[in-house]
Design a protein around this ligand. Structure first.
Ligand SMILES: [Fe+2]
Ligand SMILES: [Fe+2]
Length: 148
């Protein structure tokens, strides 16, 4: 039996703020996956990263639409890619860190949104994608580490 906790119930303002942070993170992922895809010399990894980039772009568009539907204004800003390390493994580790953040944050929203089923459903769908992305990154990182 877990210890008693108070009910989490995010307010509309908290949800809107979190959706905007998530949108920025999705744009960051688009920028980073795009850059890492262009940088790697391994064709299979490049193709997978391009696919991830497309999925993150779709996530950004869906978040934009949800923010607008809730009355917020979403900025269409594509950030610069983050500074990167020297190896494919270093880039993938950076990408995995971003996915780990998204998994924890999106799960927090799925758990804590009580009054808005549509946003909960959206974040649950995005969360499942991020879990799959993290799974591919973890498996690929292990393969690269074994090859060292
Ligand atoms: Fe995403
Ligand atoms: Fe992702």
């Amino acid at each position: 039996m877990p210890e008693r906790r108070s009910l989490q119930r995010l307010t509309a303002d908290e949800i809107m703020a979190a959706l905007k942070v998530a949108l920025r993170a999705e744009y960051q992922a688009v920028a980073d996956y795009g850059r890492h895809a262009r940088a790697t010399d391994q064709p299979e990894i490049r193709q997978a990263l391009e696919t991830l980039c497309d999925v993150e772009r779709e996530h950004a568009m869906r978040l934009q639409a949800r923010i607008s539907a809730l009355g917020g204004t979403a900025v269409d800003q594509v950030p610069e890619p983050q500074p990167m390390g020297d190896t494919t493994a270093a880039w993938l580790a950076q990408d995995l860190q971003a996915e780990q953040w998204a998994i924890v944050e999106y799960a927090r929203l799925v758990a804590g949104i009580v009054d808005d089923d549509e946003t909960t459903e959206l974040m649950a769908e995005l969360l499942l994608d991020e879990i799959r992305h993290a799974g591919w990154l973890k498996a690929t990182l292990r393969t690269l580490e074994q090859a060292d």
